[in-house]
Design a protein around this ligand. Structure first.
Ligand SMILES: [Zn+2]
Length: 256
């Protein structure tokens, strides 16, 4: 029975890949049978590996975290990773969220990579106690009706891989200037009061996985975590595609 289900799933993935061919999130090239782990074209692999955040856990000293248990990112926010995220967010190509979420599943959560383009990575935690009760995306600063932001798209795909439901209790109380226009102190101050859970949200006893696209100062993730704790969550862990930290020397681009 399980093998029939698996075969149906594979056929469905192949059919979808035929109708909507998957592309490398780092360069936009069509992903073929030679795609690495079903997500990256062979030409981008050296760059993809250079930018990986190893280990994914973020050092406290680089970010101003509070209320958060732990935070992790798959990559450093630089070069091709930066390009991939901007393509999703501002380039009007949100479909790369699927491949980026799959990289997060593999690099942060240790899922087994997809065997083919378009297939789901396999998460082996299925037979043990789930690490998290739910996945919560960071809400968009300027929500557009009917258009899911990148964190929500990442959360949905991670939900499919990890087998944990997505819930969206967070909202922004007072949207102001975009975060990137603010300095570190302004971000911290503004973020602290910016997020809340909708009235009636009950996260009592829940372990929450908070998902965002980029972690910079950690102000947003921390403020979201504080709001989730206030709604009863017992622990909040943050995960992002990338973190803004200086690349270790050995991973910096070689000057020619
Ligand atoms: Zn590529």
């Amino acid at each position: 029975m399980a093998s029939i289900e698996r075969r149906t799933e594979v056929t469905r993935a192949r059919l979808l890949a035929l109708l909507f061919p998957r592309r490398c999130p780092f360069c936009g090239a069509l992903l073929g049978a030679d795609a690495v782990q079903g997500t990256v074209c062979p030409a981008c692999l050296p760059e993809e590996m250079r930018l990986q955040h190893l280990p994914p856990r973020l050092p406290e000293g680089e970010h101003a975290f509070y209320a958060l248990g732990e935070a992790a990112a798959a990559y450093y926010y630089a070069d091709a990773v930066r390009g991939a995220i901007l393509r999703c967010k501002r380039g009007g190509r949100p479909w790369y969220a699927q491949e980026l979420a799959d990289r997060m599943a593999v690099l942060i959560f240790g899922a087994l990579p997809a065997r083919r383009v378009g297939e789901l990575p396999q998460y082996r935690g299925l037979h043990t106690l789930p690490l998290y009760s739910c996945i919560v995306p960071v809400p968009p600063n300027r929500p557009r009706p009917g258009v899911p932001g990148l964190p929500l798209l990442l959360a949905r795909r991670l939900s499919a891989v990890l087998g944990i439901p997505v819930v969206t209790p967070l909202y922004i109380k007072n949207p102001g200037r975009p975060q990137k226009e603010l300095n570190r102190e302004e971000r911290l101050r503004r973020a602290k009061a910016a997020f809340a859970c909708r009235p009636g949200t009950d996260l009592t006893g829940k372990r929450v996985l908070l998902v965002d696209d980029i972690i910079t100062t950690g102000a947003t993730a921390s403020a979201c975590a504080a709001a989730l704790l206030q709604a009863g969550a017992i622990e909040v862990t943050a995960a992002a595609i990338a973190a803004t930290e200086e690349l270790p020397k050995a991973q910096q681009k070689k000057e020619r």
